[in-house]
Design a protein around this ligand. Sequence first.
Ligand code: GDP
Ligand code: GDP
Length: 436
Amino acid sequence: MLPVIALVGRPNVGKSTLFNRLTRTRDALVADLPGLTRDRKYGEGRLGDQSYLVIDTGGISGDEAGIDQVMARQSLMAIEEADIVFFLVDGRAGLNPADEMIADHLRRSAKPCHLVVNKTDGIDPDTAMADFYGFGLGNPKPIAAAHGRGVLSLIEEVLAPFPTDAEQDEALEEERSMRIAIIGRPNVGKSTLVNRVLGEERVVVFDQAGTTRDSIYIPYEREGQKYTLIDTAGIRRRKHITEAVEKFSIVKTLQAIRDANVVVMVIDAREGVTEQDLHLLGFVIDAGRALVIALNKWDGMSHDDKEKVREQIRRRLEFVAFARMHFISALHGTGVGELYASVHEAYDCAMAKWSTNKLTRLLEDVVADHQPPSVNNHRIKLRYAHQGGSNPPIIVVHGNQTDSLPQSYKRYLENRFTKILKIRGTPIRFEFKTGD
Ligand code: GDP
Ligand code: GDP
């Protein structure tokens, strides 16, 4: 699982500043889901070969009455979801009654907590930390989030016990099954779809004890093929339906996306494509996962409403045009069987292997059709290509002056390769290397 770090502290101690620094290492991965999360913001970061999630929790102001109010609900929920808590205090402002209340709560919680003293730039860190030794939360760690000082060693320290991405991938691959994550906003019909998929006659669901890491990973077999369904709605554990917002977990969703080979994104056709849907899809794209889109609750919709949704999809989902789209009813089972064909196609494309020979010949053909431009009177040369990875497929192109290759030409390559290699259902990435 991706390690999850929650940032808590009163307003203005520098949580957002630290959040931006921790999640900045990979662009565009910072996303929040307004409406679902109140004040929490989720982002993904990476240190070397270790990815992690960060939750920023707005602020806990000192004005509230008791600890329950001070530790605003969303902060409590973030702590609950996290593996590690960074409790931020302001090294310039010194000790504050709100800090003491938060410290009191964290001392009693079982979560590993690090007391982080921020804004120690331009002041004596020892003096700044002096106030905070009495908290009983271990040694305070001085940082200056705005300048990045102390941040790297802090993050290195907390991530050390966690496995690297490669180690996690290896553990997943050992299960030798196709991993499908069913994700989507609350109430779009995920649990209904999961039930539908697992309830099929041809499906044999295995006892999970000892076979998977978490009860949301459900191994099953269908027509001789092994699958693991990653069930973010958690139906297997749900005894009764609680509040929609409660059962939806962004952390679980983001972890599921990372662990999946193929993501089935469920959208409620009756609601249309919402901002939150787009945010979630953004995460899928950033993770490079294969993708199938299921427009659910297609049953009983009027002709006009269907047309409206189709039109909206054309506009809003153009950025995921590589994904197959299915109009289904999880409730009645219509269209659910057909999802498998697209899931398999996406998986096969995401996992495909091409020889250097084949990719290089393809590159030569594509370049012969349309030459890269010249820079400083020298034509950019693209010499050969090889595959650098899968899920998503990565094509590494070697040449000279590739740094100057215009975006439009990169798009041309991407389009041609996608078409000729018949890639469907997965994004493909290009990397360019200059040299010999
Ligand atoms: P949040 O309310 O806890 O999210 O705090 P912000 O990240 O919004 O920061 C509050 C203020 O503190 C902003 O004006 C930041 O520029 C400032 N700040 C954050 N980190 C540092 C730091 O390391 N040093 C200094 N001097 N100021 C900082
Ligand atoms: P989740 O929160 O995404 O797991 O959503 P649920 O599976 O719990 O479904 C939310 C509600 O939508 C329930 O009342 C379902 O019965 C209903 N629902 C799910 N799929 C469909 C569908 O295909 N058609 C219709 N009409 N309702 C559906």
